[in-house]
Design a protein around this ligand. Structure first.
Ligand code: ZN
Length: 291
């Protein structure tokens, strides 16, 4: 067989953007990250404009509301995720042992407004998929599950399968968790009954395509799918974003970030708690932290 390839290979430079609150305990960092890049095929409004804009809004609200976090909050807008988790891998590889231990937990937001969405929460305790996150990931999962339960919003577990920027963190033993609304996977009939949308159709039919944009999908093979999706989510579909899903998921993201920012307990149950390092210290009612 002869194979002709028209390609260019070159070394290029990209950057992570990291920002953190000036105040809060630096040895109990609440870390939230989202990748800022998209695949070359399209602008990536869902993958991952949805996650990175969620982080940006949380950061702005912390400032506008004058929140003084007990623990430092750090935000990362990762570069080159789509090239193989390059930015987050590099960042974690450069952490010293103490810098690594100073991260209480890492929260990952990669695709949180899929047009045919399901509310997926990473399976931190391995209860469904048998793959646990590092010690403490069960507590991160519980923050999300308790929040969604308080809002009467059902969720599904999703596996730590190494497909996003949490991977370097979990590999380094840092507790992690996060949210996801689905990519190329196909929505089941049961999920459609619970979450609306279309069964037998991908959670994001424009995943890694040019149509992952704010422009309405009006032609090509996906047009009929999007017309039908638009009907089931009356008015909530804007281009490739499900704004209802984005609203629900970004509220949960803000809740988890603030919970970790204000908690006095240690996420990983080791030496960093100023209170008793136990899961029973995570006490909140609805979206409100009691402690
Ligand atoms: Zn992504």
């Amino acid at each position: 067989m002869r194979l002709a390839v028209d390609a260019t290979i070159k070394t290029t430079t990209t950057e992570n953007v990291i920002a953190e609150t000036p105040t809060g305990r630096p040895d109990r960092v609440a870390f939230a990250g989202a990748h800022l890049d998209s695949v070359p095929e399209g602008p990536g409004i869902n993958d991952n404009g949805s996650g990175s804009s969620t982080l940006l809004e949380i950061a702005q609200q912390i400032q506008e509301l004058g929140i003084q976090p007990r623990n430092k909050v750090r935000f990362a807008f990762w570069g080159a995720e789509e090239s193989g988790l390059v930015g987050s891998d590099y960042y974690v590889s450069q952490l010293s042992t103490s810098e690594r231990k100073n991260i209480a937990a890492y929260l990952n937001y990669d695709m949180v407004a899929s047009p045919n969405y399901v509310r997926f929460v990473y399976d931190g305790d391995g209860g469904t998929f048998g793959v646990k996150g590092p010690n403490g990931s069960n507590l991160v999962e519980k923050i999300f599950l308790d929040y969604f339960a308080s809002q009467n919003l059902p969720t599904e577990p999703t596996e730590f399968d190494g497909r996003s920027d949490y991977d370097a963190f979990t590999a380094a033993g840092i507790p992690a968790g996060g949210l996801f609304t689905g990519a190329e996977g196909i929505k089941t009939a049961e999920e459609a009954a619970t979450y609306g949308g279309l069964a037998g159709v991908a959670y994001d039919p424009c995943y890694h395509k040019a149509c992952d944009s704010l422009t309405p999908v009006e032609d090509g093979a996906d047009a009929a799918t999007y017309a039908a999706l638009g009907n089931t989510y009356s008015g909530d579909l804007v281009g490739n974003l499900n704004t209802k899903g984005l609203d629900e998921m970004s509220d949960a993201a803000a809740h988890a970030t603030l919970t970790l920012a204000q908690t006095t307990s240690a996420v990983n149950g080791t030496e960093k708690g100023s209170g008793t390092p136990s899961s029973s210290n995570y006490q909140y009612k609805g979206s409100r932290l009691i402690k």
